[in-house]
Structure formats: structure tokens, C-alpha cells
Design a protein around this ligand. Structure first.
Ligand code: SF4
Length: 344
């Protein structure tokens, strides 16, 4: 404990010395989220991380998350130095959607608008017409559908299916998946609900259809947190990465959160819902990259400029809909920002 405190003090000094700030994802370890908050950084989802970094006066952004989040920060903040804790920390959605293959797929359907999820490489974002997050994907696809547009969606097939069902949009789906959310099991979830009959089920839309069907609420990480805050219930079964529990318990200490099962055959609520790449983020690595100025993210300028177009379309859309997607990362302060965001 004492060593941990010493390390945190050391990192605070290094952050000051390097004019750096930590932007951390909800799925990272609680100790990283706590340090980000204690040092004036933020804890948020991927878009909010990039937006916070863009707003920040810090010259260096320490991205505690996965590589595509570092790239998104670089796309929006090209003049800042972006360091990630581990260059090998990636994402199954990113890995499962190579830019060349995805581009060929798009070329086969030239009559369709290309909409990609933020969980993609800079190159895939550059191939897209729109870049969206789970918090706003439903609203954007619905608007495109009302304009008569047909859509290519990538890379998460579950989220794409959910959006197509909700909007009736004509969508062709890339068949990617998040290895964390894809593992939630419908049968085990039913058993879990029997154990906790008063609990509401909160599900991220990257989960399989049979899991989403059982949900009392479907939403992005920020929306799941907000829903739990506003609900009268005090027990929740949550189908997303367990890292979210740090923020949920911090904001709602009197409520009970149960991780949704991934075990399939088990009658208990066993679950290992934890992203292996998010788990690669550690305090030791924060100290190391601050001491060595290593793990810098670069994005070729032509790719960056092209990728920024799709992100800016999303930001402009959110502004016209009065959907403020910018947050400080502290939901006790940001609560008002989320009340108009749709149920994606
Ligand atoms: S939790 Fe899923 S979507 Fe998020 S980084 Fe890990 S693999 Fe990717």
C-alpha cells in the first residue's frame, strides 16, 4: 500500500514535469481510473476521452485504454503528443476489421454510406463516411435511413444488428465482434435473474441478440451508468466489462451491481467479463512511458485528415440534435450532459 502511494506520488510529479494528463477508459483498472481523476484527467468512453484530450491544455496525453483510442485522440489533437501504455493493447473489433479487406468490402457496394464504429483503426475510419460511438449510432443511422440512405456498417455485428432492428435501416454488416460482450450467455443470464429477481438487467448492445432481448435497458457505458443512477431499483445485473463497476460503485455506493454471466452452463453468476487488452494498462507502464517518453502514437497526415471528416460529421450531428457528447469524465458533474442521448 505504501509502495503504491509512493508510485502514485511519483507519477503525479512526472505528469506535472511533462505537462501531461491521463485520459482513461471506464474498463481500465480502478487504480488507474482513481489516479486519472485525482490528477485532473478524465475517465470516460472512447469519444469523451478524445474530446477531453482535445480540450485539455496538457501537451502530452497519456491514453489508458487501447490503441485505437490513442489514434482517435491523435486524429482530434494532431499537435499533442499521444502516448499509450502498451502498443500491443488492441481490440478484437480493430483486429477483425483490416483496412484493406474492409475497403474492398465497401468497394463492392458503392451505393451505400459507410458508417463505422469508433472501435476501428485510423485507416478504417479514413475509409468511412461517418464515425460513430455506441451513444449516438442509433440516432445517426435513423437519420440516414430517413434520408433514404442504405448503409454499410462495421465492424461490430451485434451492434449493427441491434441498430438495424431498431431503425429498419437497410444495413449490410461487417462480421466483427467484441470478445468481451460476445461472451455473455442468454441461458446463464436467465438463471442469474432467477437468483436476483428484483435486479434490472443492463446490457451493452455489443452483446448477442438473446442477451439483449432480456435487457431492461440497452445502452452504451455512459448510458448504462446514467440509467442505474436514475432507476429506483437498487440491484442491477450488468452485461459489459466489469471495469465499469468502479465508476458505478463510486457514484452509487448503496446500490448492488452483479456482473452478467459468461460461463454458459453455470447456475451461478460466474463471469470473467474483462477485456484482456484493457487489462494490459498498469501504473508501472504509466510511470515507464512518462520516464522514457515512449509508446508515442502517430497517424500519417493524409489518413488523419480523412479520418477526422467522419468524426467531425458525428460531432456536428450531435450539436444539431443538442446532444452534448462532451464530458469531464466525472459523471457526478456530467449528469446533465447525458439526458438527451438516445438508447444506443
Ligand atoms: S472490451 Fe471489446 S470493444 Fe472494448 S477494447 Fe476490449 S475487445 Fe475492444
Amino acid at each position: 500500500m505504501e509502495m503504491e502511494m509512493e508510485q502514485q506520488e511519483k507519477i503525479k510529479q512526472l505528469l506535472q514535469h511533462n505537462n501531461a494528463t491521463i485520459i482513461a477508459h471506464y474498463y481500465t483498472d480502478p487504480e488507474i481510473q482513481a489516479l486519472a481523476e485525482a490528477t485532473g484527467g478524465c475517465v470516460a468512453d472512447s469519444l469523451e476521452m478524445a474530446r477531453f484530450g482535445w480540450d485539455s491544455k496538457a501537451e502530452t496525453l497519456i491514453v489508458a485504454g487501447v490503441k485505437f483510442m490513442g489514434e482517435t485522440a491523435k486524429i482530434l489533437s494532431p499537435d499533442k503528443k499521444i502516448l499509450v501504455l502498451d502498443l500491443e493493447a488492441t481490440c478484437s473489433l480493430d483486429i477483425g476489421c483490416p483496412a484493406d479487406d474492409f475497403s474492398r468490402f465497401c468497394d463492392q457496394h458503392p451505393d451505400r454510406i459507410v458508417v463505422v464504429y469508433a472501435n476501428t483503426s485510423a485507416e478504417v475510419k479514413a475509409r468511412a463516411d461517418w464515425v460513430v460511438t455506441s451513444a449516438i449510432a442509433l440516432d445517426i443511422v435513423r437519420a440516414l435511413h430517413l434520408e433514404g440512405k442504405k448503409i454499410i456498417w462495421g465492424p461490430d455485428r451485434h451492434l449493427g444488428r441491434y441498430i438495424a432492428e431498431q431503425t429498419n435501416a437497410d444495413m449490410i454488416l461487417w462480421q466483427g465482434q467484441c470478445i468481451v460482450h460476445d461472451e455473455f450467455k442468454a441461458d446463464s443470464l436467465r438463471l442469474c435473474q432467477e437468483q436476483y429477481p428484483d435486479a434490472l438487467i443492463l446490457v451493452h448492445p455489443e452483446s448477442p441478440a438473446q442477451v439483449v432481448e432480456q435487457a431492461d435497458f440497452v445502452g452504451s457505458t455512459s448510458q448504462i451508468i446514467k440509467f442505474a443512477q436514475n432507476a429506483e431499483a437498487d440491484q442491477f445485473i450488468v452485461a459489459t466489462d466489469r471495469g465499469i463497476f468502479y465508476k458505478m460503485q463510486q457514484l452509487m455506493p448503496d446500490k448492488t451491481f452483479i456482473i452478467a454471466p459468461t460461463a454458459g452452463e453455470s447456475a451461478t453468476c460466474k463471469s470473467c467479463a474483462m477485456c484482456p487488452w484493457m487489462a494490459m494498462n498498469t501504473l508501472d507502464k504509466i510511470q515507464n512511458i512518462l520516464e522514457n517518453n515512449s509508446n508515442e502514437i502517430t497517424v500519417p497526415e493524409e489518413i488523419r485528415v480523412q479520418a477526422e471528416i467522419g468524426i467531425n460529421r458525428m460531432l456536428a450531428f450531435s450539436a444539431t440534435r443538442s446532444i452534448n457528447v462532451k464530458a469531464s469524465g466525472d459523471l457526478s458533474r456530467d449528469r446533465a450532459l447525458f439526458h438527451q442521448i438516445g438508447p444506443a
